[in-house]
Write a protein that binds this ligand. Structure first.
Ligand SMILES: [Zn+2]
Length: 83
């Protein structure tokens, strides 16, 4: 999982692309429109996270989970249940 401290304070959002929010990563993916989709063209191949310009703006737990892949999300949900 990526902690907030490992993310860039801001990401570069261009007309048709958005960059990976992980610090030190310069990968750019196609910019998502309207609905968040888990498609490969929106995924950083290095960090396996789906990127959209809007999810990064939110730091609430629920929105932040969008950064994780399904397996990690499931794991995280299980951890929450175990508490
Ligand atoms: Zn990346």
């Amino acid at each position: 999982m990526y902690g907030l401290k490992e993310l860039k304070p801001a990401i570069k959002i261009e007309e048709n692309s958005v960059e990976c929010p992980v610090k030190g990563c310069s990968i750019k993916v196609e910019r998502q429109r309207i609905t968040f989709k888990r498609e490969q063209k929106y995924q950083c191949p290095v960090h396996k996270i789906y990127i959209s310009p809007t999810t990064f703006e939110y730091e609430t737990e629920q929105d932040y989970l969008l950064w994780y892949d399904n397996a990690e999300k499931k794991l995280y949900t299980n951890i929450l249940k175990a508490k």
